[in-house]
Design a protein around this ligand. Sequence first.
Ligand code: ADP
Ligand code: MG
Length: 326
Amino acid sequence: DELVSQIAAGEVVERPASVVRELVDNALDAGATQITVRLLAGGVRLITVEDDGAGIPRDELPVALRRHATSKIADLHDLETVVTMGFRGEALAAIASVSEASILSRPAGQDSAYLLDARSGELRPAARNQGTSVEIKELFFSTPARRKFLKTDATELAHCVEAVRRHALARPEVGFAIWHEGKLVEQWRAVNAASREEALARRLADVLGEDFVAQSVAVQRDSGGISVTGRAGVPDAARSRPDHQYCYVNGRFVRDKVIAHAARSAYEDVLHGQKQPIYALYISIDPARIDVNVHPTKIEVRFRDSREVHQAVKHAIEDALAVPRA
Ligand code: ADP
Ligand code: MG
C-alpha cells in the first residue's frame, strides 16, 4: 500500500506547490474564512497550511490519511454534482507517503485539539483553536530521484505563491496569507462587498494589481445555461508572456485548451502579433455537463459540449471588448 501511495503521489505531487494546492483545497472545502500558508526553503523543508474551518474529529484523523478516504462524496454518482474541490480522497495519503506529515485539528464542540503524526500513527492531545493545521516536512526525503528535480527555493516559492493566487482569485470572501522563512510574502484580506462582481474586482486588484483592473473590462454573458463572468484585459494590456490568464470552471482553476482557444480567437482581430491577452474568466455550468475527474490534480476538465463552451467564452469576451461579430 505504501508503494501504491508513492506511485499515486507521483501523479498528485510534483513539487511543493502541488502540496500547497491540495492543502488549500481541503481548507476551502472545510469552509475556512482565513488560510495561512507557512513555508521554509520554498516549501521543500516545510509546508504548513492553517485554517479556521470545520476541523476533523479525533477519531477521523487517521481515516483522513487513508487512501481513497474522502468525506465528500458517498458514491460515484455524486461525481456528477461534485461541488467540493476534493472528492478523490487521494491527496493526503499521497502527500504523507512522500513526506513527514502531521495533522493538528480541532472541530467545533471538541474540547481539545488532537495531533496525528502520520509516520508513527501517534495521536495525542494538543492545543489549537477550531480548525486544522497540516504540516508537511521534508518533501520527497525518501524519494531522492524526485527531490533532485526540484528547482531553487525561489522558484519553488514562486510556484507555491501562484498556487495560492489561483485559489485567492476564485474566493474573495476568504483571507489568505503566505509566509516564507518567517517573512510575510503575500496577504490578501477577505473581501466584504455588496456583490460578487465587486468582490472579485477588489480581489483581482489586490492579487493582480490595480493596473489589471484599470486595464480590463467586465465580462458578463449568459447563454445556453453557461455563464461567463470576470474581466478581460484591453488589447493595450496584453503581455509578451502568458502569465495572467486565469480560468475557472465552477470555482475550480483549470487549464483548458477549449477556453484558451476561444479567448485567443476573441482577441484575434484586436491583438496582432505575438502578444498574449490577460484575463480572469469564471465559467458556471451545470456540473452534469462537465467531467472534473480527468486527472488526479483536477486541473483539467472535459466538457460534454465543448463547442457550446467555446462559443460562450468567445462571445462573452467579444461582447466585453465590443468586438464586432462576423
Ligand atoms: P479529498 O479532499 O479528495 O476528500 P484528501 O486526501 O485531500 O481527499 O483529504 C481526505 C479527507 O480529510 C477529506 O475528505 C476531509 O474529510 C479531511 N480533511 C483534509 N484536510 C482537511 C481540513 N483542512 N479540514 C477539514 N477536513 C480535512
Ligand atoms: Mg483534498
